[in-house]
Design a protein around this ligand. Structure first.
Ligand code: LLP
Length: 417
């Protein structure tokens, strides 16, 4: 469920017309619905209310401070993958005992920062990282709480770039050798084993890979218990997909039912790291049509948002539904919606039938709340877009549009020039 609907031919976010935001804040602009964000978080988290659990929202999907604050206020924790994400999470007021830290390449500075802040758990991705974290914790006179991220070797059946749980992927520790690393961890003085972790991929539309992974983790937990290693936390990662187009991913309650069934009899606190399923359909990217250009082979809608603003179509060939902000014509046309960037890969949609939209009118690129702004760049020296949060009939700018000064702020010309 989301809160982007037409009233009198005008697309609204909750009770605010998107046209008003486009006029007052400008375009391109990300717009998020507070009601949708809260609803999605509450539905996901509520689906596990019967079991001890912690929903650690995955910051990489959308890391705006306001959004992190909202989830924190709803009782959520966060899953982070960098020192920068830890900094954001703390600034947003997320308590450190609700923070889990994944990622294959944690640096010394990042590890020390997380140790100082006493986060809930490091999800460790290699034996080398285990040794290093133990050493750093020792230097600091503390103990790191850890889980090993296990690679269960299951095919998530999603786009290869966002599939992470197969043997050939760089993520996690091979499920069959994990026991050795756990035994090693048990012998180390500065780590405390808390859990087992896995994350098999993103945008999963089928429940079976999750269930396969869970079964393998359960077997591992049993073996660990037999070796005297008690597991109190089981982190199942994120990955639940959303409908962008015709997909029919499992509802969070269906996912929860399957997970709880598989977990029957295990006395662990469950941790989840959902990203996309919470924020994906809670946001749109507003963009203005600059020119309508027809060539002998194509009709182009040239808009003011490009692949620097929303990379997903260019990078993964992802589908994002596109709707006019004001419906003015019943007539449709097959068009390519393209940005201003000097690359042929700069498109938001190709060969798409869209209602005819005049130059100067705006489009809403739907389902852009996850991996939209967070993957934006300054390519072609384009300032990054503004972000807006709508609540009921009010809206708030939660990130100002960057300026040309922002683009050069960190640069300097050396005196030799
Ligand atoms: N936990 C870990 C360890 C992850 O690596 C990820 C996502 C998540 C949780 C959250 O997954 P989600 O619930 O959002 O599926 N840029 C790509 C998605 C990359 C996902 C990376 N890891 C996209 O735009 O589709």
């Amino acid at each position: 469920m989301h809160h982007f609907n037409y009233h009198d031919q005008e697309l609204h976010c909750e009770r605010v017309p998107l046209k008003k935001i486009a006029e007052e804040v400008g375009t391109p602009c990300y717009v998020y619905s507070h009601a949708t964000l809260s609803h999605h978080f509450t539905v996901f988290d509520g689906a596990f209310e019967k079991v001890p659990h912690l929903t650690c929202y995955s910051v990489k999907a959308n890391s705006n401070l306001a959004i992190l604050r909202l989830f924190g206020s709803l009782g959520g924790g966060v899953d982070i993958v960098s020192g920068g994400e830890l900094y954001r999470a703390l600034k947003a007021g997320i308590p450190s005992d609700r923070i889990v830290y994944s990622g294959v390449g944690k640096t010394l500075d990042e590890i020390d920062y997380a140790l100082r802040e006493n986060i809930l758990m490091f999800n460790i991705e290699s034996s080398q990282e285990l040794a290093f974290i133990n050493e750093r914790a020792g230097k600091m006179g503390t103990r790191a709480r850890i889980a090993l991220r296990v690679n269960p070797d299951v095919d998530a059946k999603t786009h290869p770039y966002i599939s992470t749980g197969m043997k050939k992927n760089k993520f996690g520790i091979d499920v069959d050798s994990a026991i050795q690393d756990y035994l090693k961890a048990k012998s180390l003085h500065n780590v405390e084993i808390l859990g087992v972790d896995c994350h098999i991929g993103s945008q999963l539309t089928d429940i079976s890979p999750f269930v396969d992974a869970l079964r393998r983790l359960r077997m591992l937990i049993k073996k660990l218990e037999e070796s005297g290693i008690h597991i109190s936390h089981l982190d199942l990662g994120g990955g639940l997909g959303i409908p962008y187009n015709q997909e029919t991913p499992p509802h969070p309650t269906e996912y929860a039912r399957a997970v709880m069934e598989e977990m029957e009899g295990l006395h662990c606190t469950l941790i989840f790291e959902p990203g996309r399923v919470i924020v994906g359909n809670a946001g749109v990217l507003l963009t203005k049509v600059l020119y309508t250009k027809s060539t002998p082979s194509k009709n182009f809608l040239i808009v003011d948002a490009g692949m620097n603003d929303l990379l997903r179509p260019s990078l993964y060939d992802s589908y994002h539904h596109i709707q006019p902000v004001v419906r003015s014509s019943a007539e449709s046309r097959v068009v390519d919606v393209v940005g201003p960037i000097c690359e042929s890969g700069d498109f938001l949609a190709r060969d798409r039938s869209l209602p005819v939209v005049p130059e100067g009118d705006c489009l809403a690129v739907m389902s852009a709340g996850a991996y939209g702004f967070t993957m934006a760049s300054n390519y072609n020296s384009r300032p990054r877009a503004a972000e807006v949060l709508v609540k009921d009939d009010q809206y708030f700018v939660i990130r100002h549009r960057e300026t040309w000064d922002d683009l050069i702020r960190q640069e300097q010309v050396p005196p030799i020039l």
